[in-house]
Ligand binder design. Structure first.
Ligand code: GDP
Length: 388
């Protein structure tokens, strides 16, 4: 277990991200692919990425992204990375759920269907992400449709995709704050745009194209009579997407410097303010609960983003909105879609805490009573859902 804690202590090697999309553009297919390809490896085995063998194929197939959080593991340039893929509801409702889960993440993969292009919900979720200072990258999905349905030649495909990228950057122009408008625009040149097929499990960006020699002509040829396995082998989807996240989504301590002033309205010069800006593992415990469910065996499981401090089993925390103190019975982290007991977790991670039976989504947990919550008391207390 000490090994897992070592990885989660390397803040540079943590990414908290989400996948957002207009309905039917491929969010579930992409998320499942990432989970199946990178969710089975245990961070316990850092440095010697071994696939967990306790899951048989049937179990792997039946895994879907219903968990509040799923942890992925991938090694890049000999460094192990831990990715928390946090679920964001696809639709907008009035309970603030979308915004709440966006608060826990620092980067977002925006999935766009290549035939449909930017749609209403693409615009809404991208705007919300930008409003929370969550940095987007773009994955243009269903490239197979451009060949099979629209019959576009490689040249026309590139022009078509160029227009989608331009449309997406117009969203960034419209909704990003002045400081981020230029910095956060996506481009093929800096590898913040990837193209692929989530269904067929391949994807590439410019670097991957250069490294593998894949071109849009190959894509065209393959979908007009070739074997898609070739694309899958040369450019596995999960590798391209996870590398894009490593490169463009900031690690938690970098993100919190500019995100905390936006998502929290307390005094930034106070002890908790400073500790959250620094993502300080030695600061007071401050965690925003983004999800609370009932596990029939374990009771309430409160999952969220730990912005400051370190949570330990046995610690008592103050539930700021509910105004009660409760004891943490167990500190767990996700491994793939499953929870594993780790005993403690430092700032920047996404802990799952047991024992806080009064905690609900939207709650702020704190080691100090003098804390301005992330969401004020007027938040809607939701019924808790039992997970089966
Ligand atoms: P979500 O609503 O965004 O989660 O979308 P899903 O992942 O459920 O995908 C919607 C539909 O698009 C499903 O029928 C998928 O099989 C299909 N789909 C996903 N990726 C691709 C792709 O790359 N190409 C094609 N042609 N269909 C895809």
């Amino acid at each position: 277990m000490a090994e897992a804690v070592k990885v989660v202590n390397q803040r540079d090697q943590i990414r908290n991200f989400g996948v957002i999309a207009h309905v039917d553009h491929g969010k579930t297919t992409l998320s499942d692919n990432l989970l199946l390809a990178a969710g089975m490896v245990s961070p316990n085995l850092a440095g010697q990425a071994l696939v967990l063998d306790y899951m048989d194929l049937e179990q792997k197939r039946s895994m879907t992204i219903k968990a509040a959080n799923v942890t992925l593991y991938y090694e890049y340039n000999d460094k192990p990375y831990v990715f928390n893929m946090i679920d964001t509801p696809g639709h907008i409702d009035f309970t603030g759920k979308v915004t709440r889960s966006l608060r826990a993440l620092d980067g977002a993969v925006v999935v766009v269907d290549s035939v449909e292009g930017i749609m209403v919900q693409t615009e809404t979720v991208t705007r919300q992400a930008l409003e929370e200072r969550v940095r987007p990258v773009l994955f243009i999905n269903k490239i197979d449709r451009l060949v099979k349905e629209l019959r576009l030649t490689p040249d026309k495909m590139q022009k078509w995709l160029g227009n989608i990228i331009a449309d997406f950057n117009r969203l960034i122009d419209t909704y990003a704050e002045p400081e981020y408008k230029e910095k956060w625009k996506v481009s093929v040149q800096n590898d913040s745009v990837a193209f692929g097929s989530a269904k067929d499990r391949w994807g590439f960006n410019l670097s991957v194209a250069k490294d593998t020699g894949i071109s849009f002509k190959d894509v065209y040829d393959i979908y007009t009579g070739g074997d898609v396995e070739e694309l899958r082998k040369k450019a596995p989807l999960h590798e391209t997407v996870l590398k894009m996240i490593i490169q463009h989504a900031p690690p938690p301590h970098v993100a919190q410097r500019y995100r905390i002033p936006k998502v929290w309205h307390g005094d930034l010069n106070s002890e908790v303010g400073k500790a959250m800006l620094e993502c300080d593992p030695d600061g007071p415990v401050i965690m925003m609960v983004t999800n609370a469910v009932v596990d029939p065996q374990a009771g309430i499981v409160a999952t969220g983003r730990l912005f400051s401090g370190t949570v330990h089993e046995g610690d008592t925390v103050w539930l700021v909105n509910t105004r009660v103190s409760q004891r943490i019975q167990s500190v767990q982290m996700f491994m793939g879609p499953y929870r594993e007991v780790v005993g403690m977790l430092p700032a920047g991670n996404i802990p799952a805490l047991l024992g806080l039976d009064k905690a609900r989504a939207g709650e702020t947990l704190s080691s100090t009573r003098d804390m301005i919550p992330f969401e004020s008391l007027k938040y809607v207390a939701e019924p808790v859902v039992t997970i089966s």
